[in-house]
Design a binder for this molecule. Structure first.
Ligand code: UD1
Ligand code: UDP
Length: 379
């Protein structure tokens, strides 16, 4: 029997985390021939994930350039994928979410004649500029895709409102929860040890509450990031009994200002991006999370951690509606006030730290594979 051919494409850290469990599920299908192509839109931050999830890509386009721009990256992904698509000739190409890799790979896959499968489909803020360019990317990928894996009923409803055929949509939960549960299973083993986690244990004071920060959104580069840094330094200086830790994204537009504003404050630790197991450990160890990350908004509710999101809109409204994620934008006063409230008011802390899983149950990849098997069998 001839096998159907499936190409899974990704390029950045979050796509890799969210596609890793799908790669393993797809590889376990005996009637599928599966290949993985990484664009290398990210390099070190992608390699950390490939290493943890033991994925060896069949194709590595190795495209990352220092301080790259959207124009050349988009063009490079499309042109570099042509020989890969011609060589493997996949029936199905899987792309993820809203990055440049996802949209450019979707375009290339469409040109090749393959069916495009969009994982994490249907997220919307309904504002093309926020987040930039992600809202545009995922909307465009939604137009290209043949099959849409929507994480939640809300994302599925967004797709239906855009006239996407109901039969092409499957509600799966977000694959990040599959990745998180797998990661927790490993990190929580009694004898698990990891040098990065040991370093964090040595760095952090076990007596002090910990605030974990990440940030990288393009629309926050410049003034927004400056305001976030000002807030963090105020929080640190006003709370000597609290520690802040910030694994700093490698984008020079983030790394430069963060180092400039926050280096030298004794209770702020600036560290390099962490591999996924150490980051999961750190999320669990933290008291509060301040972030503009999409993936962390999804993971934190499953860990019962309150999140202050340094954005004014989110495509992930489920946890905001449930009251465990609060949008604080980049307003210094608001960020400082809401953080202080969480530090000082046990009731407010309790309210925001309810454990729940609005984004998935860890079985998203199982549902994706099962939907694709039904499609192939015409059932
Ligand atoms: C990208 C995605 C964003 C996603 C984010 C996750 C686009 C347009 N942006 O943003 O949607 O939320 O990844 O982190 O697709 N760099 C390194 N090493 C790395 C990674 C990045 O040095 O491993 C530096 C390079 O100088 C690179 C720059 O960061 O040129 C920007 O990378 P890029 O992928 O273009 O943008 P991100 O801000 O990472
Ligand atoms: N993450 C990680 N190491 C870090 C910071 C984040 O492994 O130092 C993980 C995090 O748990 C989440 C993902 O990276 O799964 C989020 O990536 P990012 O914030 O870069 O992108 P976004 O989700 O905003 O697209």
């Amino acid at each position: 029997m001839t096998k159907s051919r499936h190409l899974i494409v990704f390029g950045t850290r979050p796509e890799a985390i969210k596609m890793a469990p799908l790669v393993h599920h797809a590889l376990s299908q005996t009637n599928w021939e599966v290949k993985v192509c990484v664009t290398g839109q990210h390099r070190e931050m992608l390699d950390q994930v490939l290493d943890f999830f033991a994925i060896s890509p069949d194709f590595d386009l190795n495209l990352m350039r220092p301080n790259q721009n959207l124009y050349s990256l988009t063009a490079d992904i499309i042109t570099s994928l042509k020989p890969v698509l011609e060589d493997f000739n996949p029936d199905y190409v899987y792309v993820h979410g809203d990055t440049t890799t996802s949209t450019a790979a979707g375009i290339a896959a469409f040109y090749s004649g393959a069916k495009v499968c969009h994982v994490e489909a249907g997220l919307r803020t309904f504002n093309r500029q926020y987040p930039f360019p992600e809202e545009f990317n995922r909307t465009l990928t939604g137009k290209i895709a043949d099959y849409h894996f929507a994480p939640t009923p809300t994302s599925a409803a967004n797709l239906k409102r855009e006239n996407t055929a109901e039969s092409a949509i499957c509600i799966t939960g977000n694959t990040v929860i599959d990745a998180l549960f797998k990661g927790l299973e490993i990190v929580e083993q009694p004898n698990y040890s990891n040098p990065e986690i040991e370093q964090l244990k040595n760095l952090l004071d076990p007596q002090k509450r910990l605030i974990l920060i990440t940030g990288h959104r393009r629309e926050n580069h410049g003034d927004g990031l400056e305001a976030i840094c000002k807030s963090l330094s105020q929080i640190a200086l006003a709370n000597a009994d609290v520690e802040l830790i910030y694994p700093v994204h490698l984008n020079p537009n983030v790394k430069g200002p963060v180092n400039e504003y926050l280096q030298g404050i004794s209770n702020i630790h600036l560290v390099d991006p962490l591999a996924y197991p150490a980051f999961i450990w750190l999320m669990k160890r933290s008291h509060i999370i301040i972030t503009d990350s999409g993936g962390i908004q999804e993971e934190a509710p499953s860990l019962g951690k309150p999140v202050l999101v340094t954005r004014t809109t989110t495509e992930r409204p489920e946890a905001v509606e449930a009251g465990t994620v609060l949008l604080v934008g980049t307003d210094v006063k608001l960020i400082v006030a809401e953080t202080q409230k969480l530090l000082d008011d046990p009731q407010q802390y309790e309210k925001l730290s309810q454990l729940h899983n609005p984004y998935g149950d860890g079985k998203a990849c199982e549902r994706i594979v099962s939907f694709m098997n039904q499609i192939q069998h015409g059932t």
